[in-house]
Design a protein around this ligand. Sequence first.
Ligand code: ZN
Length: 64
Amino acid sequence: MARVMIDCRKMPSETNCSLTIAGTEEEVLKAAAEHAISTHGHADNPELREELRGQLEPAEAAMA
Ligand SMILES: [Zn+2]
């Protein structure tokens, strides 16, 4: 299965977070939502997941 990644550096954030999460789309969305909530104080709602989904991109070669 193709892996995707999400790069927290590209998310609107004031903490200069450098985390990158890679995995299946389902794994990345779950981990990224938990990270956004626990680390960045986002509310857990459908809007957050839609925002995260829009930030998914193909995993870079080093992470595929
Ligand atoms: Zn982050």
